[in-house]
Design a protein around this ligand. Structure first.
Ligand SMILES: NC(=O)c1ccc[n+]([C@@H]2O[C@H](COP(=O)([O-])OP(=O)(O)OC[C@H]3O[C@@H](n4cnc5c(N)ncnc54)[C@H](OP(=O)(O)O)[C@@H]3O)[C@@H](O)[C@H]2O)c1
Length: 267
């Protein structure tokens, strides 16, 4: 997140993407081979024959993205722990909803199976995330059990979902979107636990991009958004100043449609 302006860090170096001025894509590592091709019926089509799995889809950015993908005709499998909010999202979007925790291996297996049953996965969006300890503590006092929980939700679960769906993603020349944060690269007081988990997510994404030339991998800093996560971190009043996630979701849909080569993306 453009998380906490108290201790600004130097901005990461980026390059300007080809056609969407608000999105910058910067591959920090050389990704061998050509960018995965878009072809008629490919991800760029968005004509309704494609399937996405979105985690953390019951509110915030995940819900906004689920709505935006549904409007583009995507078939959707969605998840979050809170069953009532998730069911409401499914009712609204026509998505297949499976309530559960992404840190639960059995739940992840059910998600992968549900995507397979819908015809195979084209897009995995690892969006579900936790702040870790709240209020945000300095690293000197960081409770290590909360750090382990953050790593389980923000790093291990996304990689496990990638592993569970990778064969189909390769076959379908699909894509992975890992939702990161500027806390992955900026040194913000109090954001160390969350930030190191997002840094690990960025790093696994960059290595995955090198290892998996048949899929596109984007690790995305969506910028500050007025969601429960930001309110939990900064308070309702400050969070209310941030962007509406409904205004951020179209950037992600556009990314998927344009399908640039793998890399870090900053809104
Ligand atoms: N908001 C910002 O300013 C900001 C800035 C930069 C990056 N981000 C990133 O953007 C993404 C979306 O965040 P947000 O702000 O939209 O947060 P949010 O409003 O708190 O939504 C988080 C979603 O993830 C779900 N979730 C959390 N832990 C889960 C788990 N263990 N298993 C399954 N679902 C889980 C939540 O539902 P349940 O609680 O019901 O499970 C909810 O649907 C995150 O990756 C976050 O790190 C946010």
């Amino acid at each position: 997140m453009a998380d906490d302006p108290r201790t600004p860090a130097p901005p990461p170096s980026t390059t300007t993407a080809t056609s969407a001025p608000a999105l910058r894509v910067s591959p920090p590592v050389p990704v061998p081979g050509p960018a995965p091709a878009s072809a008629p019926g490919d991800l760029a089509d968005g004509a309704g024959a494609r399937t996405a799995l979105v985690t953390g889809a019951s509110r915030g950015l995940g819900l906004a993205l689920t709505r935006a993908l549904a409007a583009e005709g995507w078939r959707l499998v969605i998840t979050a722990r809170g069953a009532a909010d998730l069911a409401e999202a499914a009712r609204e979007t026509g998505a297949t909803a499976l309530a559960g925790d992404v840190t639960d291996p059995a739940h992840r297996a059910r998600l992968a199976e549900a995507a397979h049953e819908l015809g195979g996965l084209d897009l995995l969006v690892n969006n579900a995330s936790t702040l870790g300890a709240v209020p945000l503590p300095p690293l000197a006092a960081y409770p290590l059990d909360a750090l382990a929980d953050a790593l389980a939700a923000n790093v291990v679960a996304p990689l496990a979902l990638i592993q569970a769906t990778l064969r189909g993603l390769r076959e379908r020349r699909g894509a992975v979107v890992n939702i990161s944060s500027d806390a992955a690269v900026g040194a913000y007081e109090g954001w160390g636990g969350y930030g190191l988990s997002k840094a690990a997510l960025d790093h696994l994404s960059s290595v995955l991009a090198v290892e998996e030339p048949d899929i596109a991998v984007w690790w995305v800093d969506p910028g500050e958004m007025r969601t429960r996560m930001l309110a939990d971190a900064l308070g309702e009043e400050e969070a209310a100043q941030a962007a509406d996630p409904a205004a951020v979701a179209p950037f992600l849909v556009d990314l998927v449609k344009r399908r640039p080569g793998s890399g870090r993306v900053i809104r």
